[in-house]
Design a binder for this molecule. Structure first.
Ligand SMILES: [Fe+2]
Length: 172
């Protein structure tokens, strides 16, 4: 068993910027991300199904990749929230009630219109992850900060690529 001198434990405790039981804003932004990532997943599945026209063969499977990426962030973020003593939303009702992403009726759209919708959702998520970075920086939770940094890095790169496909600048 590893022995640690009491003084050393006290020193580490002093270095911690925030008490682990606090982090109220961090938990709130984590749960916001849980709701939004779930609703984004459903929206991307809709795009996957309701896309028609030139480019379908490329972008239809690409939506599966995007869903997998969202799911990975969702699980990471939910489990970080649990680790901090929080309670992630876990029902469809809760996801819909708390998400800022508006659902749309399923209508067949061309690839460009479909990608505009996907891009708008990714832009929202990028802003949310930035909020996560700001809040965790303020509350001193470096671990959650790292999770949001990874999520934002990937999301911003995807924004660049979809925007490029649409002939737009990334605009980040
Ligand atoms: Fe499919």
């Amino acid at each position: 068993m590893v022995q640690i001198k009491k003084e050393a434990v006290k020193d580490v405790a002093t270095l911690t910027k925030a008490a682990p039981i606090a982090l109220a804003e961090t938990k709130a932004v984590l749960n916001q991300a849980v709701a939004d990532l779930y609703v984004a997943h459903v929206a991307f599945h809709q795009v996957h199904w309701y896309m028609r026209g030139r480019g379908f063969l490329v972008w239809h499977p690409k939506m599966d990749e995007y869903k997998d990426a969202l799911d990975a962030h969702l699980d990471e973020i939910s489990e970080r929230l649990i680790t901090l003593g929080g309670n992630p939303y876990s029902t469809l009702t809760e996801f819909l009630e708390h998400s800022e992403i508006e659902e749309e009726a399923g209508e067949y759209r061309n690839v460009e219109e479909s990608l505009e919708r996907v891009l708008a959702i990714f832009r929202y998520l990028s802003e949310l992850f930035q909020k996560g970075l700001d809040v965790t920086d303020e509350e001193g939770d470096d671990v959650t900060n790292g999770i949001f940094a990874d999520a934002k890095t990937e999301t911003d790169k995807t924004i660049w690529m979809i925007a490029a496909e649409l002939g737009q600048a990334p605009g980040l």
